[in-house]
Write a protein that binds this ligand. Structure first.
Ligand SMILES: C[S@@+](CC[C@H](N)C(=O)[O-])C[C@H]1O[C@@H](n2cnc3c(N)ncnc32)[C@H](O)[C@@H]1O
Length: 207
């Protein structure tokens, strides 16, 4: 997945992405509550692929520091202009290079793991950047598990530039990749109508 092309895509659609109403506000609120239940005031949190920052701005007041990162400047410009943005440290960086300021207590990656070039490398880097016992909290599209009609639709949308280049992950492969990086999955839930977009919490085992 050519990084520059991906960045152009997200910068181009940033305003449209921000203006799009949430598909399922109740499911989003339930997910925020699930994440909030894992947070404590002394924690440092790193978020990868934060987009226009809505999740970061809602959850940052519950922790000591929330560093929200994205490689699309257009997304971060919108995030920084939102009310409450001052509680978040927004950083422009590729997810693969986002770990310098560690260690973190929690790393969040919502709807982004299917978009990165080197998923296994990213998961290993996230593991290294966490404190012992730290958590990786993810929600990830597993497109390979969707019905073929939807996969076709997304392929068409990609051809016309309305959909990003994305990895054809499946749920089994995603879980295996997380475990292979040294995590134990401790919570699995689905918020909303798509089991192909699972919410997983994974615990950094060992040292
Ligand atoms: C589908 S949006 C998700 C945004 C937000 N996390 C959410 O759940 O609404 C994907 C976001 O990941 C960012 N992104 C994609 N690939 C990335 C990468 N390699 N490094 C950093 N950010 C990336 C995009 O710019 C975009 O903001």
């Amino acid at each position: 997945m050519a990084r520059a092309r991906q960045q152009r895509f997200w910068n181009r659609i940033a305003a449209r992405y921000a203006a799009r109403p949430l598909k399922n506000p109740a499911a989003y609120e339930a997910m925020l509550q699930a994440v909030a239940a894992r947070l404590t005031p002394e924690q440092r949190v790193l978020e990868l692929g934060c987009g226009t920052g809505g999740t970061a701005i809602r959850l940052a007041p519950g922790v000591a520091e929330w560093v929200a990162t994205d490689f699309a400047a257009g997304m971060l410009d919108i995030a920084r202009a939102k009310p409450g943005a001052a509680a978040v440290r927004f950083v422009l960086t590729d997810a693969q290079a986002a770990f310098d300021g560690g260690p973190y207590d929690i790393i969040c990656a919502f709807n982004v793991l299917h978009l990165v070039d080197d998923l296994q490398g990213l998961l290993r880097a996230a593991h290294d950047a966490l404190q012992p016992g730290g958590l990786l909290i993810t929600k990830t599209w597993c497109f390979a598990d969707l019905p073929w009609q939807m996969r076709w639709l997304f392929t068409l949308l990609r051809w016309v530039g309305l959909f990003p280049v994305a990895r054809m992950l499946d749920g089994v492969g995603l879980r295996q990749a997380i475990q292979a990086a040294g995590f134990a999955i401790v919570e699995e839930r689905v918020f909303g109508e798509y089991p192909q977009n699972p919410y997983l919490v994974a615990w950094k085992t060992g040292a």
